[in-house]
Design a protein around this ligand. Sequence first.
Ligand code: FAD
Length: 142
Amino acid sequence: MKEEAPPLIVGAGPVGLGAALYLAQAKIETRVIEVAEKPVQESRALAVNPRTLEILESNGITEKMLELGLPIRGVRFSQRGHKPREILFEGNVHHKYPFILGLSQATTERLLAKALEEAGGKIERGVELIGCRNEAGTVWLN
Ligand SMILES: Cc1cc2nc3c(=O)[nH]c(=O)nc-3n(C[C@H](O)[C@H](O)[C@H](O)COP(=O)(O)OP(=O)(O)OC[C@H]3O[C@@H](n4cnc5c(N)ncnc54)[C@H](O)[C@@H]3O)c2cc1C
């Protein structure tokens, strides 16, 4: 009889953590591996889109993000010799969250990882998927 392994999530970035969190909250166990030994500290994404805020509402992450982040309600462009131009999101972005939320990806990942742990999941750090091969009904991992 074949051994059934839990779903494998490769990478503890926002997408992997978000998927693992949804599954953990639905009582579906996963295995999350992450090649990096430590969470990232450097700046990557610095703003969260309205749709992401909507998606993460149901697992309680959005509320925490809103507490920590800074709503960016518009953008101003300026070029020497020209009048500055502004785009305001409010009134133009027809959404429950008519702004983008200034919040570093490192903070988003920290919130998701904490919620995942609270839901019973864990991240195996320092573990890399080197290769995988599909066969009928089976995936072989290295
Ligand atoms: C400079 C910069 C600025 C950005 N700004 C924004 C922004 O303001 N707003 C926005 O929405 N998006 C922004 N982005 C995009 C955003 O960072 C990505 O969309 C987001 O990181 C994608 O998340 P992810 O989980 O798919 O991948 P990643 O964040 O790349 O995470 C993948 C994870 O998988 C791990 N991994 C990879 N291969 C393996 C393996 N074989 N085995 C084990 N682990 C593995 C990696 O170490 C990594 O931790 C920006 C990106 C950059 C580079």
